[in-house]
Design a protein around this ligand. Structure first.
Ligand code: GLN
Ligand code: ZN
Length: 756
C-alpha cells in the first residue's frame, strides 16, 4: 500500500524559520539569507519524508507565514491598500500578514482567524469588488520544481477554490458566485502549469466541505469544480478533505471527475459509514486519513489495520494517509530527554508518524503480520496499557449527582444577596486579572526555574509585586481588585503543572500563527489537584486590603482545549476530571475568605464542532455542565465571574447564560458592541462587563471615550447589571499606559454614577 502526507510542519525542528523571520523583520537578516534558510528547511523536510518511504509527499506546503495567504496571493487577492504601498512582492505579503508602519504610512494587518477547529490561525483574505483575480505567483511551480531538482517527485498542494472563497471576507457587494469564472481560470492554469512541469498528482485541500452544506453550497461546489477540472487531461487530481466527514456532499464527490478523494477517518465520525453505505468507485483512489495529524499518541495498529483490511476486501484502491497536515503536531520526540522512556514510547510526533505510515502500509500487505516486529511491538504497547488511572478520580466521577451541576439558590436570588453582601457601587470597576509582565517579573520566574534563586526569594519578589499592585489599584480607585498573576507564565501550563496527570515537553512546539508557536502540555492520565494552586497568592493579596480581591482560575474547557487530550477516554470525561480539580480550588479559595472568584474560559467558543448541527449534542451539552460543576458548590454570597476573550458568542448566548456565572467580562471593544444587541434580545441574565477599551494596543483611551462606550452599553444592558473593565488581561501592556487607562476608566464610571 502507498502512503501519503497531506502537509509537513514548516517551522523547523528547532523553529529555525521563526528565528530567521524574526531577524528579517527586525532588519537583521537579508532577504537572500532568509530565502536560503527556507530552501534548506524545505529540502530537509522532503528528505525526511523520502527517507521514511512516503510515496505522496506534498510540495508547496511550505509558507513564510500562512498557506491561505499564499493561496490568496497566488490568485491576486491583494486589497488595494496593500497594493498602493508599491512594495516588493515579499514586502506586500508581510504587510498583509503583519501590517505596515513606515515612512508615515500606517496600514493594519489583515484579520486573523482560527483555522477550523485547530489552534492554527490563518490570515483572512479580503475580496474587494474590483479585485482582479489572476494567477499572480509562481510559488507552487517553483517549489514543485525545487523538489524535483532534488530528486523528489511531489504532489503539489494548494488550498482549494471552495475553501478559499468560504474563508474570504467580502468587503463590497459581490458574492462568491461573482468570482467563480476568474478563480476557476486560475486553478485551471495551475493544473496546466504543473502538468507541463511533469506533476502526476495535484492535491486540492478542501476542509470547508466538512461543515454543514446546503443545496446552494453543493451546487456552487460542483459548478466550481466542473470548470476547474474542465481540461485537466491526464494529470490526477486529489480532492483532500480533513477535520471531519463529508456527509453532506459524499454522493456528489464520488461521481465527480476527481482521481483521488482524501477522507478523514479520525475526526470524520461518519467516514467509514459513508463508504460502507454508498460504496467507493473502483476507478478512484481513496486516501484514507488514519494516522492522526492532530494528536500525539501512537497509532493503535490493530484498529487501523481493521479498517484498512475492510477497505481492501471491498476492493477499494487505498492509499494510507495522515488525517490532516502534520503542521498541527510537534516535529519530533528526539531530544525530549526529560520525558521518561515509559512515557515517550506512547507518543508519535511528525517524524514518528512517518514511520507509522510506512509500517502500517507494509503490514496491510503482510500475510504474516502477526509475526512482524512492528506489529507485535505495537500490540504489546496497547495491551500492556499505561499507568494513567487513578481509582480515586474514577470513584469521584461515579458519584457525581445531577444536583452537583446546579448552584442554589437560583441566580436572580443570588444576585440580590451578593449586592447586599459585597456592597459594591453601581457600575463596579475591575480588571481581568493579569498586570504588566515587566522584565523583572519574567526574570524572577525564570531565575527560579533555573534554580538560580530560592523558593523564598522567588515568593518574596512576587509578594512585593502583589503589595504594590494592591496599593496601586486602591490608588486608582478600582472597586474589585486582583493580585496581578505575576506567578503565571501561561494560563494553562501554570495550572497543568499543579495537576497530577499532566506531562510537559521541552521542544514540542506547534505553529500557532506566523512566527508564534505554542507548546501544549499533554494530558497523560486521570487528572486531580495535588495541592492548592493559587490560594496562597490570593489570600496574601486579600490580607492587604478591605476591598474584595478576585481569585483567578482557568476553567476546565480552556485547560483541556489548549492541551493534547487523551484518546483512551472521552473528552467529556477528561473535562469532568479537570472540572473537579478546579472545583477543589474554588472551594479552597472560598474557605480562605475569597469572596469573588473568576474562572476564565478564554477558549470556550473555540472548539465548537465545525458542523453547526453538532453544536449541542457534541459539545455544549457537556461543556456547559463542566463549567457549572466547577462552581456549583459555593455559598450564595460568593460571586462567580467568568471571562471570555472573543465576543464571538452571539450565536451561543443562551448557552453562555446557562453557565450560571454571576458576572461575565468579555471583549467587546473591537466588535462594535454588536454582541450587546444579542444580549438584549435573549434577555441575558448574567451581569456583564463588555470591555470598555482595547488592551491589544498601547493607546490610552480618554475618559470621555470610555464614558461614551458605557452610555452605548447602557442602551442594551440594564444599569444594575453593568460592570466596567478593560477587555482582557493587561499582561502584555506597560505599567504607565495601564495606569493612565485605568484612571480614565474609573473616572468614567464615577461620572456615569453621578449622572444617574
Ligand atoms: N485572567 C487572565 C488574564 O488576565 C485572562 C487571560 C485571557 O483571557 N486570555 O491574563
Ligand atoms: Zn481575555
Amino acid at each position: 500500500m502507498l502512503t501519503s502526507v497531506i502537509g509537513f510542519p514548516r517551522i523547523g525542528a528547532f523553529r529555525e524559520l521563526k528565528f530567521a523571520l524574526e531577524k528579517y523583520f527586525k532588519g537583521e537578516m537579508e532577504e537572500k539569507e532568509l530565502e536560503a534558510i527556507a530552501k534548506d528547511l524545505r529540502s530537509q523536510h522532503f528528505s525526511y519524508q523520502k527517507e521514511a518511504g512516503i510515496d505522496f509527499i506534498s510540495s508547496n506546503d511550505f509558507s513564510y507565514y500562512d498557506c491561505l495567504l499564499d493561496t490568496a496571493v497566488m490568485c491576486g487577492i491583494v486589497p488595494a491598500r496593500y497594493r498602493e504601498l508599491s512594495l516588493s512582492d515579499k514586502a506586500t505579503y508581510f504587510a498583509m500578514a503583519r501590517g505596515y508602519q513606515k515612512e508615515g504610512r500606517d496600514v493594519k494587518a489583515l484579520a486573523m482567524k482560527k483555522w477550523f477547529n485547530t489552534n492554527y490561525h490563518y490570515i483572512v483574505p479580503e475580496l474587494e469588488d474590483d479585485t482582479k483575480i489572476s494567477l499572480s505567483s509562481e510559488k507552487v511551480f517553483d517549489e514543485y520544481q525545487e523538489a524535483k531538482d532534488l530528486g523528489v517527485g511531489t504532489k503539489p498542494t494548494v488550498i482549494g477554490a471552495y475553501t478559499l472563497l468560504s474563508l474570504c471576507r467580502y468587503t463590497g457587494t459581490k458574492k462568491r458566485e461573482d468570482y467563480l469564472e476568474n478563480l476557476s481560470g486560475v486553478y485551471r492554469r495551475i493544473i496546466a502549469g504543473l502538468r507541463e512541469r511533469g506533476a502526476e498528482w495535484i492535491q486540492f485541500e478542501e476542509p470547508a466541505l466538512v461543515r454543514n452544506l446546503d443545496e446552494t453550497d453543493k451546487r456552487f461546489f460542483t459548478s466550481l469544480y466542473e470548470k476547474i477540472l474542465a481540461d485537466k487531461k491526464d494529470v490526477k487530481i486529489l480532492l483532500q478533505t480533513y477535520f471531519g466527514d463529508v456527509r453532506d456532499i459524499y454522493d456528489e464527490l464520488i461521481s465527480m471527475p476527481f482521481d483521488g478523494i482524501g477522507l478523514d477517518f479520525i475526526e470524520g465520525k461518519k467516514t467509514l459509514e459513508l463508504i460502507k453505505k454508498n460504496g467507493f468507485p473502483k476507478e478512484k483512489t481513496l486516501f484514507a486519513g488514519l494516522v492522526n495529524g492532530k494528536n500525539i499518541w501512537k497509532n493503535d495498529y490493530t484498529k487501523t489495520l481493521n479498517v484498512l483490511d475492510h477497505l481492501k476486501t471491498q476492493g477499494i484502491n487505498t492509499v494510507l494517509s495522515t488525517s490532516c497536515s502534520l503542521l498541527h503536531v510537534p516535529f519530533t520526540l528526539d531530544g525530549e530527554d526529560k520525558l521518561l522512556p515509559e512515557y515517550k514510547k506512547h507518543f508519535a510526533f511528525a517524524l514518528e508518524k512517518l514511520v507509522e505510515l510506512k509500517e502500517l502500509a507494509d503490514l496491510v500487505e503482510d500475510e504474516n503480520r502477526e509475526n512482524a516486529d512492528a506489529y507485535r511491538k505495537n500490540l504489546q504497547l496497547f495491551r500492556e496499557g499505561r499507568d494513567c488511572e487513578d481509582a480515586e478520580v474514577k470513584e469521584r466521577i461515579s458519584k457525581i449527582k445531577e444536583s452537583d451541576y446546579v448552584r442554589l439558590p437560583e441566580r436572580k436570588v443570588r444576585q440580590q444577596i451578593q449586592k447586599d453582601y459585597l456592597k459594591l457601587p453601581k457600575y463596579p470597576t475591575t480588571t481581568i486579572g493579569s498586570f504588566p509582565q515587566t522584565a523583572d517579573v519574567k526574570k524572577n520566574r525564570s531565575s527560579y526555574r533555573k534554580g538560580e534563586i530560592s523558593l523564598d526569594s522567588y515568593k518574596e519578589f512576587n509578594r512585593e509585586k502583589i503589595k504594590r499592585a494592591i496599593e496601586w489599584q486602591e490608588g486608582v480607585g478600582l472597586d474589585v481588585l486582583v493580585h496581578g498573576e505575576y506567578e503565571r507564565n501561561d494560563m494553562v501550563e501554570y495550572f497543568g503543572e499543579s495537576l497530577s496527570g499532566y506531562l510537559f515537553t521541552e521542544k514540542a512546539w506547534v505553529q500557532s500563527y506566523g512566527t508564534r508557536c505554542v507548546k501544549p502540555p499533554i494530558i497523560w492520565g486521570d487528572v486531580s489537584r495535588k495541592k492548592p494552586i493559587t490560594v496562597e497568592w490570593s489570600v496574601y493579596a486579600q490580607s492587604l486590603t478591605k476591598l474584595p480581591v478576585k481569585g483567578m482560575l482557568t476553567g476546565p474547557v480552556t485547560i483541556l482545549n489548549w492541551s493534547f487530550p487523551r484518546e483512551d477516554i472521552s473528552i467529556k470525561e477528561s473535562m469532568t476530571q479537570i472540572a473537579l480539580a478546579i472545583r477543589d480550588e474554588v472551594l479552597d479559595l472560598e474557605a480562605n475568605g475569597i469572596k469573588i472568584i473568576q474562572i476564565d474560559e478564554a477558549a470556550l467558543r473555540e472548539k465548537l464542532p465545525l458542523r453547526k448541527s453538532d453544536w449541542n449534542s457534541e459539545y455544549l451539552d457537556f461543556v456547559i455542565p463542566a463549567f457549572r460543576l466547577v462552581h456549583s458548590g459555593v455559598k450564595k454570597e460568593t460571586q462567580i465571574h467568568t471571562h471570555m476573550c472573543y465576543s464571538e458568542f452571539t450565536d451561543i448566548i443562551p448557552a453562555i447564560d446557562n453557565m450560571d456565572a454571576d458576572v461575565i467580562t468579555f471583549e467587546a471593544s473591537r466588535s462594535d458592541l454588536l454582541i450587546l444587541d444579542a444580549l438584549k434580545k435573549y434577555n441575558f441574565e448574567t451581569e456583564t462587563g463588555p470591555g470598555v477599551y482595547d488592551i491589544h494596543s498601547p493607546r490610552i483611551p480618554s475618559t470621555q471615550e470610555i464614558l461614551g462606550a458605557l452610555k452605548k452599553m447602557l442602551e442594551k444592558v440594564p444599569a444594575e447589571k453593568l460592570w466596567v473593565n478593560p477587555d482582557c488581561g493587561l499582561k502584555t501592556r506597560g505599567e504607565e499606559e495601564t495606569r493612565h487607562s485605568l484612571v480614565n476608566m474609573v473616572e468614567a464610571a464615577r461620572l456615569l454614577r453621578k449622572e444617574a
